[in-house]
Design a protein around this ligand. Sequence first.
Ligand SMILES: *Cc1c(COP(=O)(O)O)cnc(C)c1O
Length: 479
Amino acid sequence: MPEYFREAAHATADLVADYLEQVPGKPVWQPMDPAARQALLEAPLPAEGRALAELLAVIGAEVMPAPMGNGHPRFFGWVNSAPAPAGVLATLAAAAMNPSSAGGDHADVHLERAVVRWIAELVDFPHPPGGGLLTSGTSMATIVCLAAARGRAARRAGHDVRADGLAGLPPLVGYVSGETHSCVRKAAELLGLGSRQLRTVATDAEGRLDPQALRAAVAADRAAGLLPFLVVASAGTVNTGAVDRFEPIADLCAEQDLWLHVDGAYGAFGVLDPSIAHRYAGLERADSLALDPHKWLGVPVDCGCALVRDAEELRATFSLVPSYLRDEDAGGLGWFSEYGTEQTRPFRSLKVWATIAHRGRDGIAADIAHCTRLARRLGELVEADPQLELLAPVETSIVAFRARPAGLDEEALNVLNQALPQAVQRGGQAFVTGTVLAGREAVRACLLNATTTEADLAVLLAEVRSAACELTGRLSTRQ
Ligand SMILES: *Cc1c(COP(=O)(O)O)cnc(C)c1O
């Protein structure tokens, strides 16, 4: 290895450490300078190469000054976390090794088995050997889990979906709620189930799937000759962080022979906070759980995880072993590529290993509890302000609220609150995003960063108040 690589590697370490150190003192996010944006968009294909040192200078000057904002303690947008420092370093080491974690006898493969087990242990989900794998995110984990659900339902109906597709089967029906993430519909569409066969079941006032409505919907579909096979519940909805009540749903699934899939992308790790762990009772009864270490754990993107109660269901869904790849590994588990969609697979496990090992289970639990406590605090601050209105109970670490200045009707409130997140974002002091809850435009703050403080919450609310004030002024002069 030439000496210039070592020099550039040291310089990279400094660049990265400086960057992470400076993030909290900078604006959370700023619109890109048009010329800088154009320079990136129109970068010509270089005919000749450049020295590593020069490339680092470009990265430092043209790329790193324009981040998304999610590394900042006052970034509360969507569900995007700050990177765990240990995960950042592990990413470099993983790239240096650059294996394909499809299978075989090398460290990355065994490490993935270990960290998938760790993830299952963190959220108290049963984990038979081979019962899960890392994916690009929950969108892919959902495809993996729902494919297994589809395969099992077809098999139990005497049908081989891998050979024959869905033709000849009664229509398979799945059940979701209005709060279910769009990745479930995407997976159902891709798997040929058809989004029309995905029933939207009513939710209660807190946005949780209503088990009675679910029971009625399943009965109606059975009576119509359809084949109910799947229920998707949420361990933390993306809008409000609501956690479905798993026990009655799991009871129904057991009774009706339905596959219970839980979307824990954002919220499954919330179970680590003893003060809200009771909300997750029954989660361990699911047939599959999709979750995202790249969200609340802060593992650098990308890293999702699919966990299943029965490892054979996954292998039966995906295993296709060409003879040139056949290889019996020590545990008889076969390759990861027999359990999911990818053949060449990235070395995701090292950044997961580093992130979890750096904080330990207790440190992670403390970080999670910090976020839920701050979220409850933010909810209290919102409720204490007559100009603001909390729109959903704070169940995990998402706070949905809106500005409600006196004298505005619902329509004007919607106009105001729809414009509010972007107005806050442009100020550069805090970053929130919006959503719609029961027809009402809402501001949504998602707390995932353990370095966020109560002082940061005060800044956020000050920014919301002043942006709301300014927008309200403009609204009234327009009328
Ligand atoms: C983020 C998210 C998803 C999608 O996961 P990706 O990792 O973005 O593919 C699904 N469900 C919920 C609740 C989420 O927060």
